[in-house]
Write a protein that binds this ligand. Structure first.
Ligand SMILES: NC(=O)c1ccc[n+]([C@@H]2O[C@H](COP(=O)([O-])OP(=O)(O)OC[C@H]3O[C@@H](n4cnc5c(N)ncnc54)[C@H](O)[C@@H]3O)[C@@H](O)[C@H]2O)c1
Length: 313
C-alpha cells in the first residue's frame, strides 16, 4: 500500500495488518509505504524491488466542491499524479492497472440508470480529471502494452462488516456518516434541496457497499489476468435511494432522530444518479453482495459507534 497519508490513516493499515496476522484464511500481509504520487523514481524503485505486477490506483483528491474552488490542485493530483504512476509502471515494466474512476465523468444524466455508453460531459474539475485519465489509458495500452480497467464508482458507503475499517474523512462530506454524526448529536445534516422532481423531493443516489467495491477490483484484476480486454465499467448497486430514505434508515438503525435543516440546492447536483450494473456483472462476473440500504447503514453504524473519533480512537 502506497499513500502519502494526506487523507489516509496509518491506523487503518495497522488494523488490516493485525486482522491478517490473526486470519486463518492464509491471506498475505500488507505493508504501508508513505510516499506521494508525484515521486516517480521512488515508485519505479518500489515496483522493481517488490516485483509488482499490477497497480490498483485509488489515491486521488475526491471532493467535487473542492475541485470547483481549486481546480489546479485537482488536475495536479489526479491527472499529473496518475501520469506519474503510469510513467513509473512503464519504466518498471508493470502491465496491469485498475483505476478508481467515478460517475462524475458523466455529468448531468440524460437518462437513468447510467450505462457505460452514457454521454461523458463532466460538470466539474473532479470529473474532468478522472475522464482525462480514462482517455489516456487506451493510448498507454497501444504504446506500452499496458492493460487497464476503469471502475466508475457511484457512492461508496458502509464499512467492513467485521468493524475493522470504516469511513474517517475530515471534513466528512458523505451522506451516511454525516447523518450518523447528526443522529449522535453532532452538527445537523444540511439537506441540499427538497424540491427536486423525485418522489420525496430529495436527490436519488446509488450507494454501493465498500466490500462490493473491493470485490469488483479483484474481479477486474482476475479478468485481465484471464485475458479480458481492457475496459471501463460502471460500478454501482443499481438501486436509487433518496436522501430522506437514507435519513429514515439511519434513524432506525441508530435509534435516534437525525437533526436536519433545509439548505439550498448545490450547483451541479443532478436529481437522479444511479448505475446500470448489468455490464460489469456480465463482463467480470461480479455481483453486489449487499443490495439493501439497511445493511450498508448497519455496517457503517457498527464502525462509527465503536470509533466515535475515527481511527484515532
Ligand atoms: N468515496 C466515493 O464515493 C468515491 C466515488 C467515486 C470515486 N471514488 C474514487 O475512489 C478513490 C478513493 O476514494 P476515497 O473516498 O477512499 O477517498 P479518500 O480521500 O478517503 O482516499 C484517498 C487516499 O489517497 C491518498 N492520496 C491522495 N493524494 C495522494 C498523493 N498525491 N500521493 C499519495 N497518496 C495520496 C490519501 O491520503 C487517501 O488515503 C479516489 O480515487 C476517488 O476519486 C470515490
Amino acid at each position: 500500500m502506497y499513500d502519502d497519508l494526506s487523507a489516509g490513516h496509518r491506523h487503518a493499515v495497522e488494523r488490516v495488518q493485525r486482522a491478517l496476522a490473526t486470519s486463518t484464511t492464509g491471506a498475505g500481509t500488507v505493508e504501508l509505504v508513505v510516499g506521494g504520487l508525484h515521486e516517480t523514481s521512488a515508485l519505479v524503485d518500489l515496483f522493481v524491488e517488490r516485483g509488482v505486477t499490477a497497480v490498483m490506483h485509488f489515491a486521488a483528491s475526491a471532493s467535487v466542491g473542492d475541485s470547483v474552488s481549486d481546480p489546479a490542485s485537482y488536475y495536479h493530483n489526479n491527472v499529473v499524479g496518475t501520469l506519474s504512476v503510469l510513467a513509473a509502471m512503464q519504466r518498471a515494466g508493470v502491465k496491469r492497472f485498475i483505476f478508481s474512476s467515478t460517475c462524475a465523468i458523466f455529468g448531468e444524466p440524460v437518462e437513468t440508470p447510467i450505462g457505460e455508453d452514457h454521454p461523458q460531459r463532466p460538470v466539474n474539475p473532479y470529473g474532468e480529471s478522472k475522464l482525462t485519465v480514462e482517455r489516456a489509458l487506451p493510448h498507454f495500452e497501444r504504446a506500452y502494452n499496458m492493460q487497464w480497467m476503469a471502475l466508475r464508482y457511484f457512492n461508496a458507503a458502509g464499512a467492513d462488516p467485521e468493524g475493522w475499517l470504516g469511513e474517517d474523512h475530515s471534513p466528512e462530506q458523505h451522506l451516511i456518516p454525516r447523518a450518523i454524526a447528526a443522529a449522535r448529536g453532532g452538527d445537523p445534516l444540511v439537506l441540499f434541496g427538497d424540491d427536486y422532481e423525485t418522489p420525496d423531493g430529495t436527490c436519488l443516489r446509488d450507494y454501493i457497499h465498500v466490500g462490493d467495491l473491493a470485490t469488483a477490483h479483484l474481479c477486474a484484476l482476475q479478468a485481465l489476468e484471464a485475458g479480458h480486454a481492457s475496459a471501463a465499467y460502471n460500478l454501482g448497486n443499481g438501486r436509487p435511494h433518496s436522501v430522506r430514505e437514507v435519513i429514515a434508515v439511519v434513524e432506525e438503525v441508530v435509534g435516534q432522530p437525525v437533526a436536519a435543516r433545509l439548505g439550498p440546492r448545490r450547483a451541479g447536483d443532478p436529481a437522479v444518479l444511479y448505475a446500470a450494473n448489468r455490464s460489469i456483472q456480465e463482463g467480470l462476473g461480479w455481483r453486489p453482495r449487499v443490495v439493501d440500504l439497511r445493511t450498508i447503514v448497519e455496517d457503517a453504524w457498527r464502525w462509527h459507534e465503536a470509533h466515535p473519533h475515527g481511527y484515532d480512537t
